[in-house]
Design a protein around this ligand. Structure first.
Ligand code: AMP
Length: 285
């Protein structure tokens, strides 16, 4: 693989190789098996793959979170070295490469701006849209791979692609979990040990909740999820909503569930100082 720091370097290498489809995996580094799964999906279908590692300041609504975000470039390159091929590229730009001038663009994503992550992380998706559109302009991929863990983010990216008419297919890749069920995340390593022990209750509770929908209404399930998780010391639920992957309007009663839609229970939990998100599909009953 080639490690490239500049926009010029990426474009030069692309021109030389001219291999398609070109797969792209944007990341913020501190790579784990979830990221590697995206990369493996990309190499599985694309003869040329670009993985970017860039901690994007514009998507952090919390300056402490940005400051503490893990940065492990040499370990990341070691991991990528085992899964990327000779021609594949790792793009490790600095801020000047991504934002050579102030980026004051404002994006609108309709209802996606009014629910879940958008409410708790104001400005987050605007920053995601800035960096992803910039990266798409630089890399010009045919397929871009995103994790379903960031469930609302994928919907935002799909809407960005639609609005900007990018010729990119967005592939959504299943969540990779730790053996105890906790969704892998770069932030997991920041969890205090006592809280890390409690954190698997998030996925366990989602799994139980997804079976409860057979016999219970939404308000019961929402109450169950919050109460069960908050029994664990250090965990508090920011939101838990059930939404259709197309609409993102929180479902209030089972009567609203429509055949032909797929529903997901999406959660954000404050685990000590660290914020975790997860989701699970709720089968239609
Ligand atoms: P990040 O480095 O956190 O910005 O994540 C980069 C990409 O990896 C995003 O598309 C995430 O959705 C995806 N990702 C993060 N964690 C996981 C996971 N546990 N399973 C699958 N994909 C993931």
């Amino acid at each position: 693989m080639k490690v490239i720091r500049t926009v010029y370097g990426i474009q030069n290498q692309k021109k030389k190789l001219h291999l398609h489809p070109l797969g792209f995996v944007p990341t913020m580094g501190a790579l784990h098996e979830g990221h590697i799964s995206l990369v493996n999906n990309a190499t599985g279908e694309c003869p040329l793959v670009v993985v970017s590692i860039y901690v994007n300041p514009t998507q952090f609504n919390d300056t402490e979170d940005l400051k503490n975000y893990p940065r492990t470039l040499s370990a990341d390159l070691g991991k990528l070295g085992t899964v990327l091929r000779e021609n594949d590229m790792v793009f490790t730009p600095d801020d000047k490469e991504i934002y050579p001038a102030a980026d004051n663009r404002v994006f609108h994503f309709g209802n996606l701006d009014n629910v879940m992550e958008a409410l708790y992380r104001p400005g987050h998706f605007n920053g995601v849209a800035k960096v992803v559109s910039r990266l798409f302009d630089i890399v010009q991929p045919d397929v871009a791979f995103f994790g379903l863990k960031d469930f609302q983010q994928i919907a935002v990216i799909r809407d960005l692609v639609r609005q900007k008419r990018y010729n990119v297919r967005i592939a959504g890749i299943p969540i990779v979990r730790e053996p105890d069920g906790l969704a892998m995340s770069s932030r997991n390593r920041l969890l205090e040990p006592e809280i890390r022990k409690e954190a698997p209750v998030i996925y366990k509770t989602l799994s139980v909740a997804s079976a409860l929908i057979k016999d219970h209404d939404i308000s019961y399930i929402k109450n169950f999820v919050t109460k069960t998780i908050e029994k664990s010391a250090g965990l508090s639920v920011e939101y838990f909503e059930i939404v259709a992957d197309t609409q993102f309007i929180p479902v209030k009663t089972k009567k609203e569930l429509k055949n032909g839609c797929r529903y997901y229970g999406c959660i954000a939990v404050k685990a000590g100082k660290i914020r975790l998100i997860d989701n699970i599909e709720f089968p239609l009953v």
